[in-house]
Design a protein around this ligand. Sequence first.
Ligand code: NAP
Length: 307
Amino acid sequence: MAQLLDGKALAKQIQTDRLASIQTWQANHGRPPGLAVLMVGDHPASMAYVRNKEKACERMGIASLGKHLPADSSQQAIADEILALNQNPQVDGILVQLPLPDHLDATALLNLIDPEKDADGLHPINLGRLVRGEPGLRSCTPAGIMRLLDAYHIPLAGKRAVVLGRSILVGKPMALLLLAANATPTLAHSKTQNLAEVTRSADILVAAVGIPNFVSQAMVKPGATVIDVGINRVPDLVNDPSGGKPSSGKPSGGKTRLVGDVDFAAVEPIAAAITPVPGGIGPMTVTMLLENTIASYCDRLQIKSIA
Ligand SMILES: NC(=O)c1ccc[n+]([C@@H]2O[C@H](COP(=O)([O-])OP(=O)(O)OC[C@H]3O[C@@H](n4cnc5c(N)ncnc54)[C@H](OP(=O)(O)O)[C@@H]3O)[C@@H](O)[C@H]2O)c1
């Protein structure tokens, strides 16, 4: 049986550990750290993610200074909001919730965020700092994975790591963080040949493809550490046998459940350690967003130690 890497529990612990410091800072500096999540439109999954982030802020005493703009907002209107948040002294972290409606140029908008307030760690300046090995705000999901590996004392130096997926959000920064930790990373993607052979070479396998149960047992080296980044909503066939299909003219309950990119039931028996979905990387990602906001606050107020 693999050791379960419990991101939910670690995220809760990190958040609890920060509470006292945030209260002290608020008393000493007259304000708590502030995070502004900019949401455009009413994408249901995005609204749920934003609510999650706001609830986490509330639990930790971080001010939520977000804005919700209509789906038909112009590029200029959103750009103006970002520029105003850059100037707002109460705001330490800014996040533009993706995806944005199709008529907007997301990259151009993300590039307007002040790199020192870039809570998502995706601004080219922060990605450049990561490439150069300089301090900076790190992308939340890869940073959360590194924190989880560290908390469970999973050795990385000298190990072979394979990152499945090369997105700018997860795969690329993940490979760079593993490299910085002295692992030997390989980035695999949809054009990789002999994929199972590549993934089977991994001591640490990170799956970020966005395909439910993509990683089979045959793709995993026995004894590997398996990190499942995927968040895929699939029909819940146990609780909704119709699989969400309409029956007798009426829509079914349409029950769904979350699964990862790893076939957990098949892989868990041969892995040394594995993250669950849900309860693995998702909560760590949200926590790193708050950690980036706190880091930016401390930097701006010249608070020396955030440990
Ligand atoms: N837990 C969290 O907090 C969190 C955060 C972010 C994302 N996610 C989840 O993580 C997953 C990946 O997200 P993402 O934003 O990185 O996705 P993405 O931008 O869609 O990238 C997917 C990557 O997977 C690769 N891929 C697709 N099909 C493949 C195949 N058959 N074989 C090998 N590689 C394949 C793609 O290769 P190409 O580049 O060749 O197309 C691409 O590099 C999604 O389920 C997403 O919801 C979770």
